[in-house]
Design a binder for this molecule. Structure first.
Ligand SMILES: *Cc1c(COP(=O)(O)O)cnc(C)c1O
Length: 462
């Protein structure tokens, strides 16, 4: 692994700026209480540096904005759809495309088409919306990521890999007909932005061919995954990112894609596949839930921005800057001994809340607590990715406490400077030095679905 202490030089210059201000200490204290210690409920105005998510928060390029002016807002057959279709074929190699308003729209179509009641979907760790869209048609998502992924200190270079032994057990226990499809997420978000290796994808394809199982990728962060393959996997050191992407996708039957991440846009998504039958199924449904099959909930201009962004987001120079800016934040924290998930992932740095706040019980929601404390200190907004996000067991109704109880500092693409990164690191380091003064939380409001978005908390006296 390369040790990076120098901030990466940005491969762009700034043409438009958006002012941001740091709210006063008094206002920060008030704001986090008004939000019930849930950073999702903070007003964006009260935030100085917003690391809540990398979803839909990218800065678009002059090329993408120029494309927005070329929107063909025809109800049917917009030329921007054909540009999008072409970009997906050129970058990812998929022939069939169904546009959707964002990633979960594609998940809805894909899993409603593939999943029957009682079936399972093995996957390399869950993602919130994906898990829910498997459960709605009566399925269950089961975890088949390698054990190393659950250990925040393990330095495995491809912690997103599927464990084929675990998959074999599911095949043996349930029988292949009970497996709706095998789902593989690229650069696994909930594991800390950890990549899947090409070798693993190749072996998985071979495995699934034996049992006639379909493989569906969550290709949302596949460009960042491709960068890691080039960086870490033997034989790919000089391979163009697009060739790596095409090979990755050649091992899948289809994918869902939230364009709000690697495609450098604010909204959009799609489903893409090599499989005519999946395509026909999804295309029949898209008109019910999203819009006509040549816009699927996006304006023509949005599709143009996705088409251009998909190409830009797969350029090596951009990805090299992107991954190394995330790494710069991680290295600054690591150097100050702040506990983070290692290796540093693609889109975010994850703080290990169990090690950061060891004096708190799991029921005191350490990650939720830490996210609130960071905001109060510096007006930097982060996100809980632990037991609150995980939710309750569907059958027992009990809270599930995953091995990883994390706070995610997600870096929007091309938005913040390296000075913003240094400010953020400085705040977290100072908080770490006074960590035992931070009180835990109790949950006082819990919604039924995706509770992390709207649940509310109160501080417990220390
Ligand atoms: C964001 C995301 C989704 C959902 O996409 P939306 O565009 O937010 O609906 C699905 N899977 C992964 C891995 C994601 O990061």
């Amino acid at each position: 692994m390369i040790e990076i202490m120098q901030p990466p030089v940005e491969p762009f210059k700034i043409k438009v700026v958006e002012p941001v201000i740091i709210p006063s200490e008094e206002r920060r204290k008030e704001a986090i209480r008004e939000a019930g210690f849930n950073t999702f409920l903070l007003l964006s105005e009260d935030v100085f540096i917003d690391l809540l998510t990398d979803s839909g928060t990218s800065a678009m390029s002059d090329n993408q904005w120029a494309g927005m002016m070329m929107g063909d807002e025809a109800y049917a057959g917009s030329k921007n759809f054909y540009h999008l279709e072409q970009a997906i074929e050129d970058v990812l190699g998929f022939k069939y495309v169904v546009p959707t308003h964002q990633g979960r729209g594609a998940e809805h179509l894909m899993f409603q088409h593939l999943v029957k009641p009682g079936q399972i979907v093995p996957r390399n760790m869950y993602f919130t919306t994906s898990k829910l869209h498997v459960e709605i048609p009566g399925g269950k998502m089961v975890d088949t990521i390698i054990d190393e992924a659950h250990d925040p200190d393990n330095l495995h270079p491809f912690k997103g890999n599927m464990d084929l032994n675990k998959l074999q057990e599911y095949v043996d226990d349930y029988g292949p007909e009970k497996i709706a499809c095998v789902s593989v997420e690229m650069n696994v978000n909930m594991a800390g932005g950890q990549p899947v290796s090409m070798e693993n994808l190749r072996n998985l394809r071979e495995f699934c061919n034996k049992y006639n199982l379909k493989i569906i990728y969550d290709a949302t962060r596949s460009s960042e995954n491709a960068y890691f393959i080039r960086e870490r996997e033997k034989g790919y050191e000089n391979t163009p990112i697009i060739d790596i992407l095409k090979e990755m996708m050649s091992y899948a039957d289809g994918c869902i894609h939230s364009s709000k991440k690697d495609c450098l846009v604010n909204i959009g998504g799609f489903l893409a596949t090599h499989d005519k039958e999946i395509f026909e199924g999804a295309r029949n449904m898209v008109v019910v839930y999203e819009g006509l099959h040549t816009y699927g909930g996006m304006a023509g201009r949005d599709m143009e921005a996705v088409a251009r962004g998909l190409r830009e987001g797969a350029q090596y120079e951009y990805l090299n800057y992107r991954i190394n800016q995330v790494r710069y934040l991680g290295e600054l924290l690591k150097e100050a001994n702040v506990p983070i998930v290692k290796p540093i992932g693609g889109h975010a740095v994850f703080l290990d809340a169990l090690k950061f706040l060891p004096h708190l019980e799991r029921e005191q929601w350490p990650a939720q607590t830490l996210a609130g404390a960071i905001y109060e200190d510096s007006a930097v907004r982060s996100m809980e990715r632990g037991a609150v996000s995980k939710g309750r067991d569907k059958e027992t109704g009990e809270n599930v406490f995953p091995a990883l109880e994390l706070v995610r500092l997600t870096i929007p693409r091309r938005v913040y400077t390296n000075t913003h990164i240094e400010y953020t690191a400085g705040s977290i380091i100072s908080l770490y030095e006074k960590r035992d003064t931070i009180p835990g939380l109790k949950m006082v409001y819990e919604p039924k679905y995706l509770r992390f978005f709207q649940s509310r908390f109160e501080q417990i006296e220390l």
